[in-house]
Design a protein around this ligand. Structure first.
Ligand code: HEC
Length: 182
């Protein structure tokens, strides 16, 4: 019996080594962790829209269907959640005031003018200081036409979501949606 153990251990070590090598490259904090899936506009679920009359914009907020299905009241937002916020300009009248539809909602112009995203994955967030870290969330901005990531500072994303919504897993509408009685 004894003799059989050493090869078994060697085999196991080999398998573990192979598994470790198959791991994706080590995580480093930053927006490069987030990419827009090419089909997000077809596949993602728009769970809410927020009118911002003061800023003359409409915000469409989408989540991937896998995370949508796993949202539970009172629980953290599921790992793998990718929330995308795509803004449209509101249609204005001749005096520059936003027009309203029959339900009192802003009327969107077709194109997206800004796209922002937040994504949560197990192990993310490591490397941010306590004044910035949003649990396991990362943030990114994208060019609304090309879908490419936009370089630029993101500290404000972290600080605002941290200060306002640390108890809601760092989200505004996502948490509220998951916890709304339906
Ligand atoms: C001053 C506060 C503030 C800053 C700065 C901020 N956000 Fe938000 N964010 C909000 C609020 C409030 C909402 C809810 C929608 C609304 O009312 O505009 C929101 C919503 C979102 C959403 C939709 C999911 C959710 O939590 O409701 C995403 C994605 C998002 N923000 C990403 C970003 C990114 C990326 C940045 C930085 C480029 C950023 N935010 C900067 C306050 C902020």
């Amino acid at each position: 019996m004894r003799r059989a153990i050493a090869p078994a251990i060697a085999l196991l070590a080999g398998a573990l080594g192979a598994a470790a090598m198959a791991q994706p490259r080590a995580y480093a904090p930053g927006p490069q962790n987030i990419s827009l899936p090419p089909d997000w506009q077809q596949r993602f679920i728009r769970y809410t829209t927020v009118d911002k009359p003061d800023r003359r914009i409409i915000r469409n907020i989408y989540i991937n269907p896998e995370a949508y299905a796993a949202l539970r009241p009172g629980e953290p937002i599921p790992y793998g959640a990718l929330v995308i916020m795509a803004d449209q300009r509101a249609r204005l009248d001749g005096a520059g005031q936003p027009l309203l539809d029959g339900n009192g909602r802003l009327i969107p112009e077709p194109a997206f003018i800004a796209v922002a995203a937040q994504q949560k994955e197990r192990g993310w967030g490591e490397g941010y200081g306590p004044d910035l870290r949003n649990g396991e969330w990362e943030y990114a901005r994208f060019n609304p036409a090309s879908g490419e990531r936009i370089d630029g500072p993101l500290n404000a994303c972290f600080t605002c979501h941290l200060q306002a919504r640390a108890q809601q897993d760092f989200t505004f509408t996502t948490w509220d949606y998951a916890n709304r009685t339906r």
